[in-house]
Design a protein around this ligand. Sequence first.
Ligand SMILES: C[S@@+](CC[C@H](N)C(=O)[O-])C[C@H]1O[C@@H](n2cnc3c(N)ncnc32)[C@H](O)[C@@H]1O
Length: 263
Amino acid sequence: MFRFNFNSDNVSESIKDVIENPVVKCEEFIVDTDVLSKIKLKLCQSECTDNVSKMSDMKLIHKPLFEYESITNISHTDLKPNVYEGGYKIWECTFDLLKFVRDNVDICPKQILDLGCGAGLLGLYTLLNGAAHVSFQDYNQEVVESLTIPNILLNTQDLGKCKFYHGDWSSLADVIDTKYDIILTSETIYSVTNHNKLISVFKTLLNPTGCVYLAAKVYYFGVGGCIYDFEKLLVDNDFVTSTVWEQNEGVKRKIIKIQFKIN
Ligand SMILES: C[S@@+](CC[C@H](N)C(=O)[O-])C[C@H]1O[C@@H](n2cnc3c(N)ncnc32)[C@H](O)[C@@H]1O
Protein backbone atom coordinates (compact mmCIF):
# COMPACT_ATOMS: atom_id res chain seq x y z
CA MET A 1 0.00 0.00 0.00
CA PHE A 2 1.29 3.49 -0.81
CA ARG A 3 2.38 5.40 2.28
CA PHE A 4 4.50 8.51 2.67
CA ASN A 5 7.63 8.10 4.74
CA PHE A 6 5.97 9.24 7.96
CA ASN A 7 5.22 7.24 11.07
CA SER A 8 3.31 8.55 14.08
CA ASP A 9 6.49 9.90 15.68
CA ASN A 10 7.58 11.82 12.67
CA VAL A 11 4.05 13.18 12.06
CA SER A 12 4.49 15.15 15.31
CA GLU A 13 8.03 15.87 14.11
CA SER A 14 6.53 17.38 10.95
CA ILE A 15 4.11 19.55 12.95
CA LYS A 16 7.17 20.81 14.83
CA ASP A 17 8.83 21.50 11.44
CA VAL A 18 5.91 23.64 10.30
CA ILE A 19 6.13 25.72 13.47
CA GLU A 20 9.90 26.06 13.28
CA ASN A 21 10.04 26.67 9.53
CA PRO A 22 7.84 29.49 8.34
CA VAL A 23 6.73 29.29 4.70
CA VAL A 24 9.01 30.70 2.00
CA LYS A 25 7.54 33.68 0.16
CA CYS A 26 7.03 33.27 -3.58
CA GLU A 27 9.46 34.89 -5.99
CA GLU A 28 10.19 34.75 -9.67
CA PHE A 29 13.42 32.92 -10.47
CA ILE A 30 15.24 35.08 -12.98
CA VAL A 31 17.38 33.16 -15.45
CA ASP A 32 20.12 35.72 -16.09
CA THR A 33 23.28 35.03 -18.11
CA ASP A 34 25.29 33.98 -15.03
CA VAL A 35 22.69 31.40 -13.98
CA LEU A 36 22.36 30.20 -17.56
CA SER A 37 26.14 29.74 -18.01
CA LYS A 38 26.44 27.94 -14.66
CA ILE A 39 23.68 25.47 -15.58
CA LYS A 40 24.87 24.95 -19.16
CA LEU A 41 28.45 24.34 -18.03
CA LYS A 42 27.37 21.70 -15.54
CA LEU A 43 25.05 20.08 -18.09
CA CYS A 44 27.96 19.61 -20.49
CA GLN A 45 30.04 17.73 -17.94
CA SER A 46 30.12 14.02 -18.60
CA GLU A 47 28.70 12.99 -15.20
CA CYS A 48 25.50 14.79 -16.31
CA THR A 49 25.42 13.73 -19.95
CA ASP A 50 25.73 10.12 -18.76
CA ASN A 51 22.57 10.54 -16.68
CA VAL A 52 20.27 11.84 -19.41
CA SER A 53 17.32 9.58 -20.25
CA LYS A 54 14.43 9.93 -22.71
CA MET A 55 10.69 9.97 -22.06
CA SER A 56 7.94 10.89 -24.56
CA ASP A 57 10.61 12.45 -26.78
CA MET A 58 11.87 14.61 -23.90
CA LYS A 59 15.43 14.43 -22.59
CA LEU A 60 15.59 14.42 -18.80
CA ILE A 61 17.97 14.26 -15.91
CA HIS A 62 16.65 12.69 -12.72
CA LYS A 63 19.39 13.86 -10.37
CA PRO A 64 19.78 17.52 -9.40
CA LEU A 65 22.76 19.31 -10.96
CA PHE A 66 23.90 21.02 -7.77
CA GLU A 67 23.98 20.32 -4.04
CA TYR A 68 22.71 22.83 -1.52
CA GLU A 69 23.39 23.13 2.18
CA SER A 70 19.78 24.22 2.76
CA ILE A 71 18.44 20.78 1.92
CA THR A 72 21.28 18.38 2.63
CA ASN A 73 20.42 15.29 4.67
CA ILE A 74 16.88 15.21 3.29
CA SER A 75 16.10 12.19 1.18
CA HIS A 76 14.60 13.16 -2.18
CA THR A 77 11.61 10.92 -1.55
CA ASP A 78 10.81 12.45 1.85
CA LEU A 79 8.90 15.62 2.55
CA LYS A 80 9.93 18.16 5.14
CA PRO A 81 7.04 20.60 5.47
CA ASN A 82 7.96 24.18 4.47
CA VAL A 83 11.56 23.10 3.82
CA TYR A 84 11.52 20.51 1.05
CA GLU A 85 8.26 19.49 -0.66
CA GLY A 86 9.27 16.55 -2.84
CA GLY A 87 10.27 18.27 -6.10
CA TYR A 88 13.42 16.22 -6.77
CA LYS A 89 11.48 12.99 -7.30
CA ILE A 90 9.13 12.33 -10.23
CA TRP A 91 5.91 11.07 -8.60
CA GLU A 92 3.79 8.48 -10.37
CA CYS A 93 0.71 10.64 -11.07
CA THR A 94 2.88 12.83 -13.31
CA PHE A 95 3.06 9.91 -15.75
CA ASP A 96 -0.75 9.52 -15.64
CA LEU A 97 -1.26 13.21 -16.36
CA LEU A 98 1.42 13.35 -19.03
CA LYS A 99 -0.27 10.54 -20.93
CA PHE A 100 -3.70 12.08 -20.41
CA VAL A 101 -2.58 15.50 -21.70
CA ARG A 102 -0.82 13.95 -24.67
CA ASP A 103 -3.95 12.06 -25.71
CA ASN A 104 -6.73 14.48 -24.75
CA VAL A 105 -5.80 18.11 -24.16
CA ASP A 106 -5.47 20.87 -26.75
CA ILE A 107 -2.52 22.92 -25.52
CA CYS A 108 -1.96 25.01 -28.63
CA PRO A 109 -1.55 28.02 -28.18
CA LYS A 110 -2.46 28.23 -24.50
CA GLN A 111 -1.07 29.87 -21.35
CA ILE A 112 -0.06 27.01 -19.08
CA LEU A 113 0.97 26.75 -15.43
CA ASP A 114 2.82 23.64 -14.19
CA LEU A 115 1.94 24.00 -10.50
CA GLY A 116 4.26 22.07 -8.17
CA CYS A 117 6.40 21.23 -11.20
CA GLY A 118 9.35 19.33 -9.70
CA ALA A 119 11.33 17.99 -12.68
CA GLY A 120 8.94 19.93 -14.95
CA LEU A 121 7.80 17.13 -17.28
CA LEU A 122 4.24 18.38 -17.70
CA GLY A 123 5.14 21.97 -18.50
CA LEU A 124 8.03 20.87 -20.70
CA TYR A 125 5.75 18.63 -22.73
CA THR A 126 3.34 21.52 -23.36
CA LEU A 127 6.22 23.89 -24.16
CA LEU A 128 7.53 21.54 -26.84
CA ASN A 129 4.06 20.95 -28.26
CA GLY A 130 2.68 24.38 -29.02
CA ALA A 131 1.89 26.17 -25.73
CA ALA A 132 2.08 29.97 -26.03
CA HIS A 133 3.64 30.36 -22.58
CA VAL A 134 4.51 28.02 -19.71
CA SER A 135 5.11 29.02 -16.09
CA PHE A 136 6.83 26.52 -13.82
CA GLN A 137 6.42 26.68 -10.04
CA ASP A 138 8.06 24.65 -7.28
CA TYR A 139 8.29 25.30 -3.55
CA ASN A 140 12.08 25.01 -3.69
CA GLN A 141 14.37 27.39 -5.52
CA GLU A 142 16.94 24.57 -5.42
CA VAL A 143 14.62 22.32 -7.46
CA VAL A 144 13.91 25.03 -10.04
CA GLU A 145 17.61 25.79 -10.51
CA SER A 146 19.05 22.31 -10.44
CA LEU A 147 16.32 20.18 -12.04
CA THR A 148 13.46 22.08 -13.73
CA ILE A 149 15.53 24.55 -15.76
CA PRO A 150 18.22 22.00 -16.70
CA ASN A 151 15.50 19.68 -18.05
CA ILE A 152 14.12 22.47 -20.20
CA LEU A 153 17.57 23.41 -21.46
CA LEU A 154 18.22 19.80 -22.46
CA ASN A 155 15.29 20.12 -24.87
CA THR A 156 15.33 23.73 -26.04
CA GLN A 157 17.66 26.69 -25.79
CA ASP A 158 14.76 29.13 -26.07
CA LEU A 159 13.46 30.10 -22.63
CA GLY A 160 11.54 33.06 -24.08
CA LYS A 161 8.17 31.41 -23.51
CA CYS A 162 8.91 30.32 -19.90
CA LYS A 163 8.84 31.83 -16.45
CA PHE A 164 9.88 30.21 -13.18
CA TYR A 165 8.63 30.73 -9.65
CA HIS A 166 9.52 29.28 -6.27
CA GLY A 167 8.01 29.60 -2.82
CA ASP A 168 4.76 28.91 -1.06
CA TRP A 169 1.41 28.88 -2.89
CA SER A 170 0.00 31.36 -0.37
CA SER A 171 1.89 34.21 -2.09
CA LEU A 172 2.07 32.96 -5.70
CA ALA A 173 -0.68 35.31 -6.90
CA ASP A 174 1.37 38.28 -5.58
CA VAL A 175 4.09 37.68 -8.15
CA ILE A 176 2.06 36.58 -11.19
CA ASP A 177 -0.24 38.78 -13.20
CA THR A 178 -1.13 36.22 -15.90
CA LYS A 179 -4.35 34.21 -16.06
CA TYR A 180 -3.78 30.66 -17.24
CA ASP A 181 -5.92 28.69 -19.70
CA ILE A 182 -4.69 25.41 -18.26
CA ILE A 183 -3.19 24.60 -14.86
CA LEU A 184 -1.55 21.18 -14.62
CA THR A 185 -0.82 19.87 -11.15
CA SER A 186 0.26 16.43 -9.99
CA GLU A 187 0.66 15.00 -6.47
CA THR A 188 0.02 18.34 -4.79
CA ILE A 189 -2.92 17.53 -2.47
CA TYR A 190 -1.11 15.22 -0.03
CA SER A 191 -1.16 17.80 2.75
CA VAL A 192 -4.54 19.02 4.01
CA THR A 193 -2.94 22.30 5.18
CA ASN A 194 -2.33 23.15 1.53
CA HIS A 195 -5.84 22.55 0.21
CA ASN A 196 -7.12 26.08 0.76
CA LYS A 197 -3.91 27.54 -0.64
CA LEU A 198 -4.29 25.52 -3.83
CA ILE A 199 -7.90 26.56 -4.24
CA SER A 200 -6.96 30.17 -3.79
CA VAL A 201 -4.31 29.79 -6.55
CA PHE A 202 -6.99 28.36 -8.85
CA LYS A 203 -9.37 31.23 -7.99
CA THR A 204 -6.86 33.96 -8.72
CA LEU A 205 -4.78 32.53 -11.56
CA LEU A 206 -7.22 30.48 -13.64
CA ASN A 207 -8.75 32.15 -16.67
CA PRO A 208 -12.58 32.25 -16.19
CA THR A 209 -12.97 29.87 -19.16
CA GLY A 210 -9.91 27.79 -18.29
CA CYS A 211 -9.50 24.50 -16.47
CA VAL A 212 -7.24 22.69 -14.05
CA TYR A 213 -6.20 19.08 -14.57
CA LEU A 214 -5.21 17.63 -11.21
CA ALA A 215 -3.67 14.17 -10.86
CA ALA A 216 -3.48 12.58 -7.43
CA LYS A 217 -3.64 9.44 -5.41
CA VAL A 218 -7.09 8.98 -3.93
CA TYR A 219 -5.68 8.70 -0.39
CA TYR A 220 -2.35 9.89 0.97
CA PHE A 221 -1.98 7.50 3.88
CA GLY A 222 0.14 8.89 6.68
CA VAL A 223 -0.29 12.56 5.75
CA GLY A 224 -4.06 12.90 5.44
CA GLY A 225 -4.76 14.26 1.95
CA CYS A 226 -7.73 12.68 0.15
CA ILE A 227 -9.06 13.62 -3.27
CA TYR A 228 -12.73 13.33 -2.22
CA ASP A 229 -12.22 15.87 0.58
CA PHE A 230 -10.43 18.16 -1.82
CA GLU A 231 -13.26 17.88 -4.38
CA LYS A 232 -15.81 18.71 -1.69
CA LEU A 233 -13.85 21.83 -0.79
CA LEU A 234 -13.70 22.79 -4.47
CA VAL A 235 -17.48 22.50 -4.78
CA ASP A 236 -17.89 24.62 -1.62
CA ASN A 237 -15.75 27.22 -3.39
CA ASP A 238 -17.91 27.35 -6.53
CA PHE A 239 -15.89 25.04 -8.75
CA VAL A 240 -17.22 22.05 -10.65
CA THR A 241 -15.17 18.88 -10.90
CA SER A 242 -15.33 15.79 -13.05
CA THR A 243 -13.25 12.64 -13.08
CA VAL A 244 -11.60 12.29 -16.48
CA TRP A 245 -9.39 9.27 -15.72
CA GLU A 246 -9.06 6.78 -12.90
CA GLN A 247 -7.09 3.71 -11.90
CA ASN A 248 -8.73 1.48 -9.31
CA GLU A 249 -6.22 -1.34 -9.15
CA GLY A 250 -3.28 -1.15 -6.75
CA VAL A 251 -2.77 2.39 -5.51
CA LYS A 252 -6.00 4.21 -6.51
CA ARG A 253 -5.30 7.32 -8.59
CA LYS A 254 -7.43 9.86 -10.43
CA ILE A 255 -7.27 12.82 -12.73
CA ILE A 256 -9.95 15.43 -12.17
CA LYS A 257 -10.87 18.38 -14.35
CA ILE A 258 -11.75 21.53 -12.41
CA GLN A 259 -13.62 24.55 -13.79
CA PHE A 260 -15.40 27.58 -12.39
CA LYS A 261 -19.10 26.99 -11.86
CA ILE A 262 -21.14 28.98 -14.37
CA ASN A 263 -24.04 30.75 -12.62
C1 LIG B 1 5.13 15.49 -4.25
S1 LIG B 1 5.87 16.77 -5.20
C2 LIG B 1 5.21 16.43 -6.83
C3 LIG B 1 6.13 16.93 -7.90
C4 LIG B 1 5.62 16.71 -9.34
N1 LIG B 1 4.39 17.42 -9.59
C5 LIG B 1 5.41 15.23 -9.61
O1 LIG B 1 4.25 14.77 -9.64
O2 LIG B 1 6.40 14.54 -9.83
C6 LIG B 1 4.87 18.17 -4.70
C7 LIG B 1 5.11 19.43 -5.51
O3 LIG B 1 4.30 20.50 -5.00
C8 LIG B 1 5.11 21.58 -4.56
N2 LIG B 1 4.54 22.08 -3.30
C9 LIG B 1 4.09 21.34 -2.25
N3 LIG B 1 3.62 22.12 -1.27
C10 LIG B 1 3.78 23.40 -1.72
C11 LIG B 1 3.46 24.67 -1.16
N4 LIG B 1 2.90 24.80 0.05
N5 LIG B 1 3.73 25.77 -1.88
C12 LIG B 1 4.30 25.66 -3.10
N6 LIG B 1 4.61 24.48 -3.70
C13 LIG B 1 4.36 23.38 -3.00
C14 LIG B 1 6.49 20.98 -4.34
O4 LIG B 1 7.52 21.90 -4.47
C15 LIG B 1 6.54 19.93 -5.43
O5 LIG B 1 6.85 20.52 -6.66
